[in-house]
Design a protein around this ligand. Structure first.
Ligand SMILES: *Cc1c(COP(=O)(O)O)cnc(C)c1O
Length: 427
């Protein structure tokens, strides 16, 4: 029986049998017991499926991963301790020292740092391209050692919308997969696999959890990328892994499971970036209402964006649901039901006015977080990008007056009244 996405938010990943718990059980155990060491040995050789140590796999986590897998329409998925871990694993699973990756320049600051500094130190070269690149510009960025293309459906905090089809086409033409961070859109508003993306990652810390309760990440494989057809580029998937007695992931697990099995068997084994089962349980509570919360986030953000764009003290508003926005048309294609609850805007009074405005807010709280039930606000020039001067901020696409507003699911009249009051006290 296959269900629609709203039903899958609630039921996918776990179906209790007669007399079993209605909620997913929290298997809070580091280890699992076996009757013979032969049986245990088979697990270590990837000869049989099962659990032996929660650094690699845990049943609660797998149930929640299976739910997200169903929401994205993938073939395999794994939970990780954070979005950062998910982004790192998704790339490092197929690219190593001496390799090259193409990434959109409009990505989360943490991801940019991971790529441009930390992974660069590991010997992986990154080329950052404009999210607005043409096919020719993308083509020109490829090298013989390119292993993946990376972008965000809706960039945090730039709010640019990725032309997924165009990026996927370029990636496939050069024999590599497209990895998409779908955190801001969530599978409720966009399913990148339907547009040609091969791998999807999320920071589940944001809308999926939705309550600012637990950190987490997830990687989902579409199962569509043909690793064997590009065996020279991806020997890690298509040639024997000596740490598992010569297992070949694509042969043994097939195209649907090879990528996630390798990431679990090698990277999770060696790095241990595992999500705690109790966090997975809380993430699952968030997922059950994701399809109800997302439309409310979008409707509230749309109303707030429209209100701000008409206000005399507001210099500019960036939200792809506004007709004048650069990404309005792309958003209609990829995000027909809405984008997300995050808006950025600037005040005519600039940086000083932004500081005063934020001080006067009562409902919206100042927080480094985005994408949860409570409206929150951040001034990047004073927080995440504090070390930059005004010129460096402009180069990073973040003006000194930029305020990032994450619109929650409170009554929109209260959110607007709060903004109205704070603006009335601002120069
Ligand atoms: C927050 C975020 C991340 C990092 O996730 P954490 O859970 O904070 O590690 C990655 N990508 C995007 C788009 C994000 O918003």
């Amino acid at each position: 029986m296959s269900y629609k996405i709203n039903t899958n938010c609630i039921h996918a990943g776990y179906t209790p049998k007669n007399g079993e718990p209605r909620m997913i059980p929290i298997i809070q155990s580091t280890t699992f017991k076996y009757d013979s060491s032969e049986e245990m040995g088979k697990l270590f050789d990837l000869e049989s499926e099962g659990y032996f140590y929660s650094r690699l796999q845990n049943p609660t986590n797998d149930m929640v991963a299976a739910k997200i897998c169903a929401l994205e329409g993938g073939t395999a998925a794994m939970l990780l301790s954070s979005g950062q871990a998910a982004v790192f694993f998704s790339v490092f699973n197929i690219a190593g020292c001496g390799d090259h990756v193409i990434a959109s320049s409009a990505i989360y600051g943490g991801t940019f740092n991971l790529f441009a500094v930390t992974m660069k130190r590991m010997g992986i070269d990154f080329t950052f391209v404009s999210p607005d690149s043409t096919e020719e510009e993308l083509d020109a960025a490829f090298r013989p050692n390119t292993k993946a293309v990376y972008g965000e459906t809706i960039a945090n905090p730039a709010l640019d919308v990725l032309d997924i089809e165009l990026f996927a086409k370029a990636a496939h033409k050069h024999g590599v997969p497209l990895i998409v961070d779908n955190t801001f859109a969530t599978p409720i508003n966009c399913r990148p696999f339907e547009w040609g993306a091969d791998i999807v990652v999320h920071s589940t810390t944001k809308y999926m959890d939705g309550h600012a309760a637990v950190l987490g990440g997830v990687i989902v494989d579409s199962g569509n990328f043909d690793w064997d057809a590009h065996s020279d580029k991806f020997p890690g998937l298509t040639t024997p892994d000596e740490s598992y007695h010569g297992v070949i992931y694509t042969k043994k697990f097939g195209p649907g499971k090879a990528y996630i099995t390798k990431a679990t068997a090698q990277l999770m084994r060696d790095f241990g970036s595992m999500q705690s089962p109790i966090n997975a349980y809380m993430l699952n509570l968030g997922l059950e209402s994701l399809h109800v919360r997302m439309p409310r986030h979008c409707a509230n953000a749309q109303a707030v964006a429209e209100y701000l764009s008409k206000h005399e003290k507001v210099a500019w508003v960036k939200y792809c649901g506004l007709p004048g926005n650069k990404y309005y048309e792309l958003a209609k294609k990829y995000l027909p039901n809405g984008s997300c609850g995050v808006i950025s805007f600037g005040l005519k009074g600039g940086r000083k006015a932004a500081e005063k405005f934020m001080r006067e807010l009562r409902l919206a709280s100042i927080a480094t977080h985005v994408a949860d039930a409570k409206t929150c606000i951040l001034h990047p020039a004073n927080a995440t990008h504090r070390q930059m001067n005004d010129e460096q901020l402009v180069a990073a696409g973040i003006s000194a007056d930029l305020v990032r507003l994450s619109v929650g699911i409170e009554d929109v009249n209260d959110i607007i009244a709060d903004i109205e009051h704070a603006l009335s006290l601002t120069e």
